[in-house]
Design a binder for this molecule. Structure first.
Ligand SMILES: C[S@@+](CC[C@H](N)C(=O)[O-])C[C@H]1O[C@@H](n2cnc3c(N)ncnc32)[C@H](O)[C@@H]1O
Length: 328
């Protein structure tokens, strides 16, 4: 069972150390572990038993602030195969999809597993998450990342390697899924199988990077007649510098990550009383859009060599976490 991320540091805990000049190091605590830097050696034993948020010195007298990483720290620094959902968007996805403790949730694609971690936390031990990923190497990165953060692969999480359109009907009963989250290039291609899997009143949320994808998936959802009117939004978070009288927005921010589009599954045969007025051009044919390739929507692709490196990094971190946990 996963231990609470609080209390004094224990063997097996991941700890983020902020050292001289703000340099960050993340270690998994082992009874005989040591962090070697050119500033000296920090013994893990000096941290074990100390409260979270302690400051400890290494052999050279340099001080390190030790904190357990929060989920948002972990997802931002974990090995990535595919681009991750940023914490600000993950929080909104949980809210718009109304993901609740005990929910049965389907997610595709799993990518690097960032969103999986947020969903697993929100559904709790009573919930069930089924994540689909068509690229086996990405599924491996995601599995390793989730195991590194949680300490063990959660028993209520299934990763299905395959395309959602082909795999979803065989993986879940029709009308049995509470929530579906799609983070992929062409979510419209999955809406029909998602409609079959969702329970009446269930929610589908799509996270897309471009306005052209946003339009296409919203029109597709509307065109099925099986959902409520789709809603859409984007989340911009602007950090603030707060120091003395210098209280102002940060000079730089992440201006764009993605858009959310969401709708609810209607009961079979239901026709909502009010339908929004159609836009002048209500649908798009394939000839209207460029081919939906990663390049066409400006998606940066990881090379096979880099991806193999990420798989090794993620698995090494998971091995470390497993070894440390077995020493506990
Ligand atoms: C942007 S990544 C997902 C990132 C993930 N949400 C995270 O937070 O780490 C998109 C993933 O969707 C996968 N994918 C795209 N279409 C798919 C489909 N039809 N079925 C399953 N996986 C799909 C891709 O292989 C890719 O790994």
């Amino acid at each position: 069972m996963t231990q609470r991320p609080s209390g004094p540091f224990r063997v097996g805990d991941r700890v983020q150390l902020t050292g001289p000049k703000g340099r960050l190091h993340t270690v998994t605590l082992r009874a005989d572990g040591e962090l070697h830097t050119h500033h000296g050696v920090l013994r893990h034993a000096d941290l074990i038993g100390q409260p979270d948020g302690s400051v400890v010195a290494n052999s050279g007298g340099h001080e390190y602030l030790a904190l357990r990483p929060l989920l948002r720290d972990f997802v931002m620094s974990m090995p990535r195969g595919a681009a991750i959902v940023y914490p600000k968007d993950a929080a909104q996805i949980l809210a718009e999809a109304d993901i609740f403790p005990g929910a049965t949730v389907v997610e595709a694609g799993v990518g690097s597993g960032a969103l999986s971690l947020w969903i697993l936390r929100a559904i709790g031990a009573e919930g069930r998450l089924v994540s689909f990923e068509r690229r086996p190497e990405f599924a491996e990165v995601a599995r390793a990342n989730v195991e590194t953060f949680t300490g063990a692969e959660p028993g209520n999480w299934d990763v299905v390697v395959g395309d959602l359109v082909e795999s979803l009907p065989g993986a879940v009963e029709p009308a049995s899924v509470d929530r579906v989250v799609l983070d992929m290039l062409a979510p419209w291609a999955c809406i029909d199988v998602v409609a079959d899997a969702l329970t009446p009143g269930g929610v589908v949320v799509c996270y897309v990077a471009t306005a052209t994808q946003l339009s296409r998936v919203a029109e597709y959802i509307r065109g099925t007649g099986l959902f409520t009117e789709p809603d859409a939004n984007e989340t911009m978070v602007r950090g603030w510098h707060v120091e003395g009288l210098a209280v102002r927005p940060d000079h730089r921010m992440v201006a764009h990550t993605g858009f959310l589009v969401w709708a609810r599954r209607l009961a079979p045969g239901a026709v909502p009383p009010e339908v929004k007025r159609r836009a002048s051009k209500s649908s798009y044919g394939d000839e209207d859009v460029e081919l939906w390739t990663p390049g066409a929507v400006g998606d940066r692709q990881i090379t096979d060599k880099n991806l193999r490196k990420r798989v090794r990094e993620a698995q090494k971190a998971a091995d470390g976490a497993r070894q440390a946990a077995s020493q506990d």
